[in-house]
Design a protein around this ligand. Structure first.
Ligand code: NAD
Length: 260
């Protein structure tokens, strides 16, 4: 149980992050939601978490491509809840294009949001975790932290980077009762996956059905999408005492993708 604990989950207005935030709140943690979206929908989620789980929930609009905004979000969480015990670096975007056509600003944005934001958030949250002698840092990586796919150069680079950052931080924090791990999902049915279908159709000259079956699920031996709740359950487990000796790992939940 995470009663008396507080969590920040970046990119939690949608998809995997929202499922993780809700699962941590279900365990009793206060949570900071973060990400973009319709203000009224975000407020409905925030208020819903408070009433459903009896915890406090805050919303931070911090842009994960902005280092000062990230530090500000962690400071705001510590001021409101007294601590950030659990940090989930989950915000991420995708862009699909051949390297020679890849917009330079998209490369910079993906490295900033999918990789550097985790560094900035960890940098801000680690001092408090060390002081209290307990912490859990969970990074949402991807099967693309272990293997590549064509036309996803920035994403694959950022995700391989997050796997390395995870291992480095785990070693630095190993004697402080702070574990650092990443979770590497295969294809999870979320808006991120849905939105890349048109670009993949264009890049590969395929229909929507061909992209789903011949590109996405082609990589996943189970031929099923991972669910957001399956990813969230792993995050909850990593916060438990049973997982206190699990650090520096990259946990795959990918239907066998990276076994192939
Ligand atoms: P999603 O699009 O549903 O959610 C992404 C979240 O990040 C949203 O809340 C969005 O508002 C937020 N976000 C985007 N840019 C931001 C920014 N600049 N600042 C703050 N928040 C920002 O996507 P998802 O599929 O739930 O992805 C979540 C994470 O899981 C990402 O890191 C993604 O790479 C990873 N992942 C997803 C899949 C998948 O198949 N969906 C597979 C492996 C890994």
């Amino acid at each position: 149980t995470l009663t008396q604990k507080s969590a920040v989950v970046t990119g939690s207005t949608s998809g995997i992050g929202l499922a993780i935030a809700r699962a941590l709140a279900r365990e009793g943690a206060n949570v900071v939601l973060n990400g973009f979206g319709q203000p009224d929908e975000i407020e409905r989620e925030r208020a819903g978490i408070e009433s459903e789980f009896g915890v406090k929930a805050l919303y931070s609009a911090a842009d994960m491509s902005k280092p000062e905004a990230i530090a500000g979000m962690i400071a705001e969480a510590e001021a409101a809840f007294g601590a950030v015990d659990v940090l989930v670096n989950n915000a991420g975007i995708q862009f699909v294009s051949a390297i020679e056509d890849f917009p330079v600003e998209k490369w910079d944005q993906i490295i900033a949001i999918n990789l550097s934001s985790a560094f900035h958030a960890m940098r801000a949250a680690i001092p408090g975790m060390k002081k209290r002698g307990w912490g859990r840092i969970i990074n949402t990586a991807s099967a693309h932290s272990l293997v590549a796919s064509p036309f996803k150069s920035a994403y694959v680079s950022a995700k391989h980077g997050i796997a390395g950052l995870t291992k480095t931080a785990a070693l630095e924090l190993a004697t402080h009762k702070i574990t650092v791990n990443c979770i590497s999902p295969g294809y999870v049915w979320t808006p991120l996956v849905e939105k890349q279908i048109p670009d993949t159709m264009k890049a590969r000259g395929l229909t929507k059905e061909q992209v789903i079956h011949d590109v996405l699920l082609a990589a996943q031996p189970t031929k099923e999408f991972v669910t957001v709740d399956q990813v969230a359950a792993i995050a909850v487990f990593l916060c438990s005492d049973a997982a206190s000796q699990i650090t520096g790992t990259n946990l795959s939940v990918d239907g066998g993708w990276t076994a192939a």
